[in-house]
Design a protein around this ligand. Structure first.
Ligand code: SF4
Ligand code: SF4
Length: 82
């Protein structure tokens, strides 16, 4: 197990998502991955894993305004499998 710190989190409006994947490389820590399941419009959508820095890059790049970003006052530690 390794410890990962999250300095914030995002909400993702998965039903607005059109699956363009612009947010995936925009996320420098690499904590967004595309889902294997589809939303109601038939598109895959991003899912968050621990390690968000609340940098807002996903919010700025998404053409469909799917993200809201929240910064934690105190970083949260997660135990994850490497
Ligand atoms: S706020 Fe930054 S670190 Fe968090 S999911 Fe978005 S791009 Fe990734
Ligand atoms: S950038 Fe927005 S529309 Fe494109 S995959 Fe990410 S959340 Fe979906």
């Amino acid at each position: 197990m390794t410890e990962v710190l999250s300095r914030g989190t995002v909400t993702i409006d998965t039903e607005r998502c059109k699956g363009c994947e612009l947010c995936i490389p925009a996320c420098r820590p690499g904590v967004l991955t595309m889902s294997s399941s589809l939303n109601g419009r038939g598109f895959r959508y991003p899912e968050l894993v621990p390690g968000c820095t609340s940098c807002s890059a996903c919010l700025l790049v998404c053409p469909d305004f799917c993200f809201e970003v929240f910064r934690y006052e105190t970083p949260l530690a997660h135990e994850v499998n490497p």
